[in-house]
Write a protein that binds this ligand. Structure first.
Ligand code: SF4
Length: 699
């Protein structure tokens, strides 16, 4: 049972943060009978607010389905059975050595997650490159924020979800929010949009569905899925025509506008209406609200980002913000509403295929030398970039691909596109190791399952969507037989003969090393300490020294490019990889529900959440449902070129006539990723989760 009063905990009321999304709401845990209960806490991000997931999160700690000892599968066709840690680690050691000898170092891979702490993300990156000597490491954040990250790097020279604190949202005159249903996915953030409305501001929401977020907006642009770049270019076209662009800002703080001006000149409103389905009048109204505002923000989320043109889509919106002069000033700017709990920090410290800690590049000789020296290895043995998440999964068990995979904090059997294919690839591995606290759908297929500690049972840091580094303390002891991921990684490294490089599994010691590794890098954490974070309600990176105040707002003086100027990138609209046709006449798009989170490994085990969102559903417009003879509550079958899934029909006039919406939290035949298209963005390698062609029929 969880218990308070561990060494290092301060009192019977323990301040920590929610285990789920990128808001990382502050909360307190208090004793409640034999367990723990959540109490609201006035933290600057959520100001006492929590959503249902946060309120119920302690149910995860003593959940009866919790894994409490390792599991091993003796033969490929056999069942998982209980094992000791000694046996499980021995099996992993032998399996890795066998694969390395037979197929080489790059035949072993690591798949991490955007919910892991910064310490874990850092240690996994080091473990892959130093203990396994493999280039093959990537993480599920590739499926989440990678398009926004790549676009921000290109345009601003730095990737931090929001370049300003959330509180600034209330001060912006106009906000354009594209492809985010924040009212359901992170409800406490809505207080900032409500504050903006009270201050007389305007909110525009672009989304194919009339979500609760869109209902809160003064203007809803109900665009056709996959037409985001056309919308952005159309708005910029109108802004130029009506003289809204800020020539002085463009001249003094940016480069490359003329090419963008040329590209958007052909995005006439009637053409953009035909592409996006948004009436010309609404386009003009949105352009006017943005153009006439003294301060404006443009915020994207997974809608425009999770596409095979995701980077272009985000760049097109950044172009719009820059041309209007709505960046690099107070209460202005482009930002991305990050999704996963540590989607931000998880991509800064080395678990991404092409990255080293501190947002350093694995291709850069100086960056490589810095990290190699800190890790006490020869730079020449530091592997080069590996392949991205989907590409890694796609090659599992193939002759020239990976033969062994270690998965931490991720459930790709649910979260990867073209899921049936990924299941087959996972089955083809010689060795699949999964560390998790529940038997996820990926763990069910593993050869070795390792039971790991949960968020309240270990300390560590997370970096929220603002770039604010927060601290989670260890509030309760993990169940007997359960280890932390840090202990697991260090134990495997020791088995592989690399123990000397991993002298401590304590989060504080690893954070101290991370700070040194990040020093001088883009995401510089050198001045951030656990004590400071607790004292100051989080510290914003970059923070290069302990006497540095941290950086809540970026770009006020200069952008993070070599010349300090933001870069325009000309972007044309291109159709999604798959368009509806006779066989598959509708668009299918995906997203989240309020009561579930990501692949559902955790939230599908919390009774109060299951009652609210028990099973897979598909939203369909009543007129279209009638054409297909589908009534509310019918079981329906959805089919795409990748496969078939089933769900319960939910009729709603809030979804476009040509679009179906299905959430991605469910397992079995209710997995929407049985249907999604793995077409990848050429830069970010993001799969096209948000748009594919589908048909629907009554089961
Ligand atoms: Fe947790 Fe996100 Fe809900 Fe806050 S909004 S309580 S961080 S799931």
């Amino acid at each position: 049972m969880p218990s308070l009063g561990l060494p290092g905990t301060k009192s019977a009321l323990s301040e920590t943060h929610c285990p789920y999304c990128a808001l990382q709401c502050g909360m307190s845990l208090v004793p409640n009978g034999s367990g723990l209960a959540v109490k609201a806490r006035d933290f600057p991000v959520n100001r006492g607010g929590l959503c249902r997931k946060g309120w119920t999160c302690t149910e995860l700690l003593d959940n009866p389905q919790r894994l409490r000892h390792p599991l091993i599968r003796d033969t490929k066709d056999g069942d998982l059975r209980a094992a000791t840690w000694e046996e499980a680690l021995g099996r992993i050691e032998a399996g890795i050595h066998r694969v390395q000898q037979q197929s080489g170092m790059d035949a072993v891979g690591v798949f991490g997650g955007g919910s892991l702490t910064n310490e874990k993300a850092y240690l996994l990156g080091k473990f892959a490159r130093v203990a396994l000597r493999t280039s093959q490491i990537d993480y599920n954040g590739r499926f989440c924020m990678s398009s926004a990250a790549a676009a921000a790097l290109k345009a601003f020279g730095i990737d931090r979800g929001l370049p300003f604190p959330l509180a600034d949202i209330s001060r912006a005159q106009t906000i354009l929010l594209i492809g985010s249903n924040a009212a359901e996915t992170m409800p406490p953030v809505m207080q900032y949009f409500q504050g903006q409305a009270r201050n007389g501001g305007s909110l525009i929401v672009a989304d194919p569905r009339k979500t609760p977020t869109a209902q809160a907006a003064g203007l809803h642009l109900q665009l056709t899925p996959g037409t985001d770049a056309a919308l952005a270019n159309g708005l910029l076209h109108i802004a130029i025509k009506h003289g809204y662009i800020d020539e002085a800002f463009i001249a003094s703080r940016t480069t490359g506008f003329e090419n963008v001006r040329r590209v958007v000149s052909s995005y006439w409103p009637d053409r953009v209406e035909r592409i996006t389905g948004i009436p010309e009048k609404q386009l003009a109204a949105a352009a006017h609200l943005l153009g006439a505002a003294p301060t404006a923000m443009i915020l994207t989320a997974r809608g425009p980002e999770q596409q095979a043109r995701g980077v272009d889509n985000v760049l097109a919106f950044i172009n719009l913000a820059l041309a209007l002069g709505q960046a690099g000033r107070l209460y202005c700017g482009y930002g991305c509403l990050t999704g996963q709990g540590n989607g931000q920090g998880g991509r800064e410290h080395g678990q991404k295929a092409d990255q080293l800690p501190g947002y350093r590049s694995i291709d850069d000789p100086e960056h490589r030398a810095h990290i190699a020296s800190l890790w006490n290895i020869d730079e020449r043995v530091l592997p080069q970039a590996g392949c991205s998440a989907y590409e890694m999964l796609d090659r599992l068990g193939t002759e020239r691909g990976l033969r062994a995979l270690l998965v931490f904090g991720s459930n790709p059997a649910i979260s990867a596109p073209r899921a049936r294919h990924i299941e087959a690839r996972l089955r083809a591995l010689d060795l699949l190791v999964v560390s998790d606290f529940f038997l996820s759908e990926t763990a069910e297929r593993a050869d070795v399952v390792l039971p790991s500690a949960q968020w309240a049972e270990e300390e560590g840091t997370m970096t929220n969507l603002e770039g604010r580094v927060i601290y989670r303390q260890r509030v309760a002891a993990p169940p007997a037989g359960v280890r932390t991921d840090l202990e697991i990684v260090c134990a495997i490294a020791a088995r592989l003969g690399a123990g000397a490089y991993f002298p401590s599994s304590e989060a504080a010691a690893i954070f101290s090393e991370l700070r040194r590794a990040s020093a001088g890098g883009t995401a510089d954490y050198a001045g951030i300490t656990y004590e400071r974070i607790q004292r100051e309600n989080g510290v914003f990176w970059p923070c290069p020294g302990e006497d540095h105040p941290g950086t809540p707002r970026l770009f006020l003086d200069r952008f993070a490019t070599p010349d300090g100027r933001a870069r325009f990138h000309p972007v044309g609209y291109r159709e999604p990889a798959e368009q509806p046709d006779e066989e598959f006449p509708l668009y299918l798009t995906t997203g989240r529900l309020m009561a579930q989170y990501q692949s559902g490994t955790q939230t599908r085990r919390v009774q109060k959440l299951v009652q609210l969102a028990p099973s897979p559903l598909v939203e369909i417009h009543p007129s279209i449902a009638r054409n297909y003879g589908i009534a509310q509550g019918d079981t329906v079958r959805l089919t795409t070129r990748r496969g078939t899934a089933s769900a319960i029909a939910q009729l709603t006039p809030g979804v476009r006539l040509d679009t179906l919406f299905m959430p991605f939290h469910f397992s079995g035949d209710g997995r929407v990723n049985l249907l999604t298209n793995p077409a990848l963005d050429p830069v970010s390698r993001m799969p096209e989760f948000k748009v594919c062609a589908a048909r629907i029929e009554k089961s």
